[in-house]
Write a protein that binds this ligand. Structure first.
Ligand SMILES: [Mn+2]
Length: 344
């Protein structure tokens, strides 16, 4: 059954071009900017397609990660053996970006990457398919959906583990297929992947446990909050976080997005040397990408309903109290920028 005949603008010609671009690479470097299930799923899916076509890949992650689900995923599938920490791109490798299209990313040391392949679902649609590159951005629920579709179009026999990883990527990014950006392709790919995927693993990974420390940070975030003009709710933990704790911001953001007086929720904290921002809105047509760009500049990204930003704290010594001060100044300036927003 060709379940992917419906919708989406990827044709068999496009899939063949994608395979041709992949097959001509000596080796593929797949750096993951944001380590989450969709980033991991789409990267491992792409690596499986490349392997099928005779091309080896190095999947790498940037920064650190502390999300309990990601850690559980890491252990369940032994990913530590197969995904290494990003330390630059080997000269013989071509770059493939999945779940991100930022070619210059602070998380990759700010170097300008020139990817042969981009597969993403953040931001405006992009279709730049030539003999040399396959840059494809489509506004669907998950990058894993696009990778799964391409794999199925090319008859790649994904194993159970890859199917589970791709399905989990779709499930988390689409909030269990309920998110506003969820489309027919996400639903079709999820169903198709789970014919081979491991339901037991999906069940366990959807019900991860959280540490006492995580709950105490969430508690602080729920307490230290204020609603500014335009219904912008800002929450911050009032203390510095460890580098791996930045992801707890997302739990609070998800809870606070239900606040009846908030149009936009911004949960932010200093994790390591960066200010991490988690943004949520319940309004399907809220211009989240534009607003995050106005408030936080280049290192921000969004899809409908949710987004985030990473702002580097410059010239601040590690462990010094000055990070607190910098953050306080940043929050004051943020309030001014929020007041100056022009929202529809
Ligand atoms: Mn994603």
């Amino acid at each position: 059954m060709r379940i992917f005949d419906r919708s989406f603008d990827l044709t068999d010609v496009d899939a063949a071009l994608f395979a041709a671009v992949l097959a001509k690479q000596d080796r593929l470097a797949i750096p993951i900017a944001q380590v989450d299930p969709d980033g991991i799923g789409s990267a491992m899916g792409l690596a499986a397609i490349a392997r099928h076509l005779g091309v080896e890949s190095d999947v790498m992650y940037a920064g650190s990660f502390g999300h309990p689900q990601t850690r559980m995923l890491w252990e369940t599938f032994g990913l530590g053996d197969r995904i290494t920490r990003f330390s630059g791109i080997a000269p013989e490798s071509s770059v493939a970006l999945v779940d991100s299209s930022q070619t210059k990313d602070a998380r990759f040391g700010g170097v300008e990457l020139s990817p042969a392949i981009i597969i993403d679902h953040h931001g405006a649609a992009l279709r730049d398919l030539t003999g040399d590159r396959f840059h494809y951005v489509a506004p669907c629920g998950a990058a894993s959906s696009i990778v799964a579709l391409l794999g199925m179009m090319l008859s790649v026999p994904f194993d159970s583990e890859t199917c589970t990883l791709l399905a989990l990527g779709i499930q988390t990014d689409t909030f269990g297929l309920t998110g506003i950006s969820t489309g027919p392709m996400d639903r079709a790919m999820f169903a198709s992947l789970m014919e081979t995927g491991d339901q037991g693993a999906l069940y366990r990974l959807s019900r991860f446990s959280m540490s006492e420390r995580a709950f105490s940070i969430v508690q602080r975030l729920l307490t230290h909050k204020a609603i500014h003009g335009h219904g912008v709710l800002v929450a911050q933990p009032a203390t510095l976080l460890d580098e791996s704790e930045g992801e707890y911001l997302a739990f609070a953001a998800d809870l606070l997005s239900g606040h009846k007086d908030a149009r936009l929720v911004l949960v932010l904290g200093v994790a390591g040397d960066t200010i991490r921002v988690c943004a949520r809105t319940r309004e399907p047509s809220f211009p989240l990408g534009e607003v995050l760009h106005q408030l936080f500049g280049e290192g921000s990204g969004a899809k409908p309903g949710s987004g985030g930003a990473c702002v580097i704290l410059p010239y601040v010594l590690r462990g010094s109290r000055r990070r607190d001060d910098k953050f306080r100044v940043f929050l004051e300036q943020l309030e001014e920028r929020i007041a100056a927003l022009e929202l529809p």
